[in-house]
Design a protein around this ligand. Structure first.
Ligand code: 5RP
Length: 213
């Protein structure tokens, strides 16, 4: 089966986890786009959505799904999002679409995080996909130098500005044996807004195609 078919199946299968009356946390990316299209079929049974990006907001609104501010929505029962990599402990690399900061916030607000991926995203050890880090623009070089000291190869995602007005550094060359420790360490660097490791708060459920793993 193609990756696109697996993404579509995963997006549709995620509906199983959406309860009637829920405010649904919605991630970003091509897999989530399939989820949003599927969610439109039950839009009259949900209260609305909290979105992690301008891209997902536009798609939700196009389907007539109300998009709520997280501050008004309160705690969420469910967050659905894709990932760039997923290890056997449901720890993730995210941020390929540059939406990692809002994704991490909405994930943190949700009781259950359901991650939807195709099988190409599964790895034994995180790090084959370059790790995205969102930084305050003036700290780009400072953070990059610190990453080099930690053995990584930082590459500025030139031309990309996040929805929050920040920049992205993609770190190549790391085999991330302890993602919780690295997430904590990188979070301490001045100028780092968000690290694309979702290890301290991993996914609760991972759907690969329509199969829960
Ligand atoms: C965006 C993300 C996405 O979830 C991740 O890049 C996966 O995208 P796709 O579903 O298109 O493969 O983290 O910041």
């Amino acid at each position: 089966m193609s990756n696109a078919n697996e993404k579509k199946l995963a997006g549709e299968a995620a509906l199983r986890y959406v309860e009637d009356g829920a405010i649904v946390g919605v991630g970003t990316g091509s897999t989530v786009a399939y989820f949003i299209d599927a969610l439109a079929g039950m839009k009259d049974r949900i209260k609305g959505a909290v979105s992690s990006s301008e891209q997902s907001t536009a798609q939700l609104k196009k389907h007539g799904i109300e998009v709520l501010d997280l501050n008004a929505a309160g705690p969420l029962t469910i967050y659905i999002d894709g990932a760039d990599e997923c290890d056997p402990f449901r720890r993730l690399i995210k941020g390929g679409g540059a939406a990692l900061t809002r994704e991490k916030i909405v994930a943190a607000a949700a009781r259950q995080f359901v991650c939807i991926i195709d099988s190409s995203k599964r790895v034994d050890v995180l790090g084959r996909f370059p790790l995205p880090i969102e930084v305050i623009p003036m700290a780009r070089s400072l953070v990059s130098r610190e990453i080099v000291k930690l053995g990584g190869q930082p590459v500025w995602r030139d031309g990309v500005t996040t929805d929050n007005g920040n920049w992205i550094i993609d770190v190549h060359g790391w085999r991330i044996a302890d993602p919780v420790a690295l997430e904590q360490q990188l979070n301490q660097l001045a100028g780092v807004v968000t690290v694309g490791l979702f290890a301290q708060r991993p996914a609760d459920v991972v759907l690969v195609g329509d199969q829960e793993i």
